[in-house]
Write a protein that binds this ligand. Structure first.
Ligand code: T3D
Length: 299
């Protein structure tokens, strides 16, 4: 995204992180509170983590506790040198219904002036998802509405269950699409469809979202999670530094002209070519065998 370079500076660089990478075959379930109460569940798999938004009775709408827990879970994933992919999904029948609207109305019927919530939570969240030094796969298991829709779209690869829908619900309560929606939508589906979605809040079924280029793939409901895990497993054996450099280059491309992008590609390619994964990829190709990528950079 346009701010990709800027927010990249706040994150651990792909290179530094990859230097720390070590193989980790451990599979463990990690929760910070009892299962039914934790607003976010974190599961550690071999080489990747699964983060589940877990307020199913509220369709996984964001409250303060969920924001805090998600922030912590993402920071821990980023600090974990063994984590080479992330799967983000929702518990129950929804992916996420955006902001918990009950938190935005006082008992005497007054609404909250917004702005700070975006600065404090939503904008850093979107920046973090875009700049994590490994791929983030969204498994959209059901409705994704408001901020929930745009947080899914901010992930690197969006897989959706056939029954899922994407709803730019904001206008129904007098708001505008946030979490990067006004930036992402026209880029993903073009201006006409972006306007239609944002101005009408019409739910977009997953099949159509795929046909419009809003998401990567729609899958049968029962296949979604298995396919999402399979993709993450694939990424755990991928050249992670190159993946991080690809993410950055594609985001910065939106703001660059061709000259600037060619320069960025030169620098990124130089960085990629210094990794042991590049040498391994070359050797494996010439020796006609599958490569064994470690995700590390040169010591
Ligand atoms: O405020 C800020 O910080 C600024 C940032 C804003 C970002 C935003 O996300 S603004 C947009 C917020 N989200 C919405 O406006 C979506 C509201 N929800 C809906 O439109 C619908 O619930 C859905 C289209 C998502 C799903 O519809 P449906 O018919 O499948 O389910 P439902 O019956 O409407 O909802 C089921 C329950 O979830 C229901 O609770 P109940 O009656 O069973 O106790 C409903 O109230 C609750 N729920 C759904 N969405 C939210 C919610 N509760 C709180 N906040 C929600 N966003």
């Amino acid at each position: 995204m346009a701010g990709g370079g800027e927010c990249g500076r706040q994150a651990i660089s792909p290179v530094r992180r990859a230097t720390m990478a070590r193989p980790n075959p451990v599979v463990e379930l990690h929760e910070e509170a009892p299962m039914e109460e934790a607003p976010v569940l974190v599961e550690r798999r071999a080489g990747y983590r699964v983060i589940t938004l877990n307020r199913p009775r509220q369709l996984n709408a964001f409250n303060e506790a969920m924001h805090q827990a998600l922030k912590r879970a993402l920071a821990e994933a980023e600090e974990d040198a063994d984590c080479r992919a992330l799967l983000l999904t929702g518990a129950g029948r929804a992916f996420c219904a955006g902001q918990d609207l009950r938190d935005r109305m006082t008992p005497d019927g007054k609404t909250t002036v917004l702005g700070d919530a975006l600065d404090t939570h939503y904008n850093p969240l979107v920046r973090k998802l875009r700049t994590l030094p490994f791929p983030v796969v969204a498994a959209v298991n059901g409705v994704a509405a408001g901020a929930g829709a745009n947080i899914a779209l901010a992930c690197d690869i969006v897989l959706a269950a056939r029954s899922a829908t994407f709803v730019q619900a904001f206008v129904k309560i007098g708001l505008i699409p946030d979490c990067g929606g006004t930036w992402l939508l026209p880029r993903l589906v073009g201006p006409a469809r972006a306007r239609g979605l944002a101005l009408t809040a019409e739910p977009l079924p997953a099949d159509k979202a795929e046909a419009w280029g809003l998401i990567w793939k729609t899958l049968d409901d029962l296949e979604l999670m298995a396919q999402a895990h399979q993709l993450c497993v694939h990424f755990t054996a991928a050249p992670t530094v190159a993946l991080a450099l690809i993410k950055r280059a594609l985001d910065e491309a939106w703001a660059n002209d061709l000259d600037a992008q060619l320069d960025l590609e030169r620098e990124s390619q130089r960085e990629a070519s210094l990794t042991p994964d590049y040498a391994e990829g070359m050797r494996a190709f010439l020796q006609k065998r599958p490569p064994v990528f470690t995700g590390r950079r040169a010591p």
